[in-house]
Design a protein around this ligand. Structure first.
Ligand code: SF4
Length: 335
């Protein structure tokens, strides 16, 4: 199988402490990081799609002891330009990208750095024991740009002490850092974390799926409008998370649910003031499964209000566009 990206998980390696919500071993379903020799062995057998990157995720790559960080880079670098790989990307903490580290990394074919920002509110960062500030994110983002690497940012919603308005503000401040990509992770309360203790003590009530959908739909729209590619929304589907999570917002197809929610809001606007009856909704082919999937959840909501909707794909529409036509009418409405 050819890989889009070839990711190595290095759970918690380099992290100076555990942030209150984090358990990478559960998230990545792996406890032991590969050795540099194992990285080289895996890459020598890998086949990647053109443009794929070799990725190190799940820890704080640039906070590793420099000998180990360099060993990983030495193991990966010879494969860039071979087997389809175009470069190396990794995630790290915003306070672990000093000018000295950047200059060390510049000797290797690094193409992208993802900064775990999580929030741009210093109060929320402190409450969740991140150990860095929003200014650290802005400073690290400037260094990534100056080095000529692609910048990725990661943010969370529903953290302890955060609000939906706070998340929107975080998104706006992150957009001002001019990232190329973003990953959005609603908080999931995992056992044996300090956040779990707060939850079990009744000090923290994390937003669930229903509460998080409108916020994530708004974040999607904000980032897309700013030209920032949303490369992930929600944790990867994981039986381990499903089995062990205590609370929070998790769904294996969260992005599609958010897209369906966004389309449903547009349909709601188009239907407002319209008589009950049968309607045909046309959407771009790429939007159809978001609209009719999940047991027809979105269409059922309208059916309960007397609007029976038949959804179809129309190749002339672009993603997010909707045509609405009442049965028997010739004219359509578009949003
Ligand atoms: S959130 Fe990032 S820095 Fe914090 S413990 Fe997890 S991997 Fe380490």
């Amino acid at each position: 199988m050819k890989h889009a990206n070839f990711a190595f998980f290095i759970p918690h390696l380099g992290c100076p402490h555990r942030c209150s919500f984090c358990d990478q071993q559960t998230i990545a379903e792996t406890k032991i990081p590969p050795s540099p020799a194992e990285v080289a062995a895996a890459l020598s057998e890998a086949e990647a799609l053109p443009g794929a990157e070799i990725a190190f995720f799940g820890g704080s790559f640039t906070a590793l002891p420099s000998k180990l960080m360099l060993s990983y880079l030495e193991a990966a670098a010879p494969f860039v330009g071979k087997n389809g790989f175009s470069g190396i990307r990794f995630s790290t903490r915003p306070d672990a990208l000093s000018a000295q580290t950047v200059s060390l990394l510049s000797r290797y074919p690094v193409t992208a750095v993802e900064l775990g920002a999580q929030s741009m509110d210093d109060r929320v960062l402190a409450l969740n024991e991140r150990g860095h500030t929003a200014a650290d994110v802005e400073e690290a983002a400037k260094r990534v740009h100056a080095a000529g690497w692609s910048l990725g940012v990661q943010m969370m919603t529903g953290l302890y002490g955060d609000t939906p308005a706070g998340s929107i503000e975080t998104a706006k401040r992150l957009i001002a850092c001019k990232p190329d990509t973003v990953r959005i992770y609603p908080t999931v309360v995992l056992p044996d974390t300090r956040l779990a203790k707060r939850y079990l003590a009744g000090e923290y009530d994390p937003p669930d799926l229903e509460k998080t959908l409108p916020l994530c739909a708004e974040l999607l729209s904000l980032f897309e409008a700013a030209g920032v590619r949303v490369i992930r929304l929600g944790l990867h589907a994981s039986p381990e998370i499903e089995k062990t999570m205590l609370a929070g917002c998790y769904h294996p197809a969260l992005r599609e649910l958010c897209s369906g929610y966004r389309l449903s809001q547009k349909i709601k606007t188009l239907l407002s003031g319209q008589p009950e009856g049968n309607y045909t909704i046309s959407v771009a082919p790429a939007d159809l499964s978001a609209l009719i999937g999940h047991g027809g959840k979105w269409l059922q909501i309208f059916a309960q209000e007397g609007f029976r909707l038949r959804a179809e794909a129309d190749r002339r529409l672009i993603r997010g566009e909707i045509n609405l036509k009442k049965e028997g009418d010739h004219a359509a409405q578009r949003a």
